[in-house]
Each structure stands twice: as structure tokens, then as C-alpha cells.
Design a protein around this ligand. Structure first.
Ligand code: KIV
Length: 291
């Protein structure tokens, strides 16, 4: 079963996203993660601008404690599922840890494998020290989204998932990184886990949109993880998450009702079962003859 919207949306492209600065009159960008076809259909029907197949896949779908465990092949597998939903939203795939910390040739090969799987752009973490790889990917005609601030792939180097850019020196370095990424040709930059004031300075300093997560209200857009937004992941509650549903609670209650119905003999009901035609049932002696 699939529903076709009455007015299909025009697919978003990296250049159309790049033009979306709030300061120039654009609406804020909406990005949500998704990792499979049903999730992609849900967020696309809801009208988001970008779908991010993030390496958060490792934590919210595959059950790891950090994002370092997921491979390019695993991301590509999930990008394929998202792309087969044919969303109008722009599909951006994460380059996982160690997929772009290698040679330029291998970096471009890894980025290309995500594009061949169905992504229209890739995202990678880090500032000026990643410029050679960003330039190599862009040179291969693949749009790149940057990611600065709390970069989860650096969890061990940062000493944990910690808010970044909290002193004036760190804030200044963040602004310089953002300018360098924009200058290199990144079409947008995710700002994660930085003080709102710093996100505002960065947003004012670059002519490409910033997309915030835990970065306050002044970015050119916002991104949330699907499982956080819908309350499917209920173990962690970071301050920046707003839950718009409690799907974990609802799902547990629904499955418990099903289990109860099975155990009490209430499921399946006759109308949920297939039946023989009366004459066939009679031939099989399934109806008792009146005594
Ligand atoms: O992997 C991810 O989900 C992300 C977003 C939080 C931006 O990188």
C-alpha cells in the first residue's frame, strides 16, 4: 500500500538548500534522520527538507554506545532503503569514522559508494584539518555538508560528548572552521552542541545555511534524530531534544495488548481468519449432523 500525495513536492537539491539563509528571507530548514523506507516515507510525507542517514544509526538502530562502530557499507545499506522510498527531501548520507581519515582516493571512493546507494550529498565531521578531503569529494561533483562543534566521531579525543566552543578562543576557532568549510564549497554546515551565542556568530559569519542540533534557535535550520523526536529512544534525554510523541510507550502497550489477546484466546477473531466455503466444509465433515 502506498499513498501518492495530490501535489507531489519538487525534489530538493543541494544548490536549493545552499540558498536557504534565514537572514535572506528563507524559511528555516528542517532536517530529520531516517534509516529505512518506512521512516523515510513518514518524514517525507511530513514535509521535511532534508533526510539525514546519520551515523547515529550505530546508536539508535544497531544498539552501539557510540557512532564509531558503523561502517560505510552499513550506512550504504540504510541509504538504499531510504532512497527506495523516493523522498522529495534531499537525502544526505554520513561518512562514518575512518571513511575519510584515509587517502583522498579512498575518501572519494567511500563518498561515491554512498551516492551510488542513493544519497544526493554526504556529510562529514571536522574543520580545517578535513579540508583536503572535502575538496577532493567536491572535486568529484559530490555535494558536502560540514559538521562542527560536538562531533560525535571525536568522542574519545573530546573526552566525552561535551558542549564545544565555550570559551572565546574555542568560539573563534569554530568561526574560522565554519568560514573555511563554506569557502571550500560545503553547501550547509551542521552545528552540534555549541552555545546559542556561538551558533549565532557562526551563522552570521557564513553565507551557507547552518543547521543546529543543541545549538539554539538562531541557526538557519534544525535537525533532530528520528528516534528522539518520536520518543522511540527513551533511555537518554539530552536537553536539546523535544519529544513530539511517545512511540516507545505506545508500542509497548500495543504489543502487550496483542500478547494478552493471544493468551486469552481473543485473537484471531473469525473475521480475521480464512474460512472454507460451506459445501467444502460439509464434505470434510466439519459441520455436525443434527441428531
Ligand atoms: O548522525 C547523525 O544523526 C547526525 C545528526 C545528529 C546531525 O550527525
Amino acid at each position: 500500500m502506498s499513498s501518492t500525495p495530490a501535489h507531489p513536492r519538487r525534489p530538493l537539491t543541494a544548490p536549493s538548500v545552499r540558498a536557504r539563509k534565514v537572514a535572506h528571507g528563507s524559511d528555516p530548514l528542517v532536517m530529520v534522520t531516517a534509516y529505512d523506507a518506512p521512516g523515510a516515507r513518514i518524514v517525507d510525507e511530513a514535509g521535511v527538507d532534508l533526510i539525514h542517514v546519520g551515523d547515529s544509526l550505530a546508536m539508535v538502530v544497531l544498539g552501539y554506545d557510540d557512532t564509531l562502530q558503523v561502517t560505510t557499507e552499513q550506512i550504504a545499506h540504510h541509504v538504499g532503503a531510504v532512497a527506495r522510498a523516493k523522498p522529495a527531501a534531499l537525502v544526505v548520507a554520513d561518512l562514518p569514522w575512518m571513511s575519510y581519515h584515509v587517502s583522498a582516493a579512498d575518501t572519494v571512493r567511500n563518498a561515491a559508494s554512498l551516492i551510488r546507494a542513493g544519497a544526493k550529498a554526504v556529510k562529514l565531521e571536522g574543520g580545517r584539518k578535513r579540508l583536503p578531503m572535502i575538496e577532493a569529494i567536491i572535486d568529484a561533483e559530490i555535494p558536502v555538508m560540514g559538521h562542527l562543534g560536538l562531533t560525535p566521531q571525536s568522542v574519545h579525543a573530546m573526552g566525552g560528548f561535551k558542549v564545544q566552543g565555550k570559551d572565546s578562543r574555542a568560539a573563534g576557532l569554530l568561526v574560522e572552521d565554519a568560514k573555511a568549510l563554506a569557502h571550500a564549497g560545503c553547501f550547509a554546515i551542521v552545528l552540534e552542541g555549541v552555545p546559542s551565542e556561538v551558533a549565532r556568530i557562526v551563522t552570521d559569519a557564513v553565507d551557507v545555511p547552518t543547521i543546529g542540533i543543541g545549538a539554539g534557535p538562531d541557526c538557519d535550520g534544525q535537525v533532530l534524530v528520528y528516534h528522539d523526536l518520536l520518543g522511540i529512544e527513551d533511555r537518554l534525554a539530552p536537553k536539546f531534544v523535544r519529544r513530539y510523541a511517545d512511540q516507545k510507550r505506545d508500542a509497548v502497550a500495543a504489543v502487550a495488548s496483542y500478547a494478552d489477546d493471544v493468551r486469552q484466546g481473543r485473537f484471531p477473531a473469525p473475521e480475521e481468519s480464512y474460512h472454507l466455503a460451506a459445501d467444502v466444509a460439509e464434505t470434510l465433515g466439519l459441520y455436525g449432523s443434527p441428531s
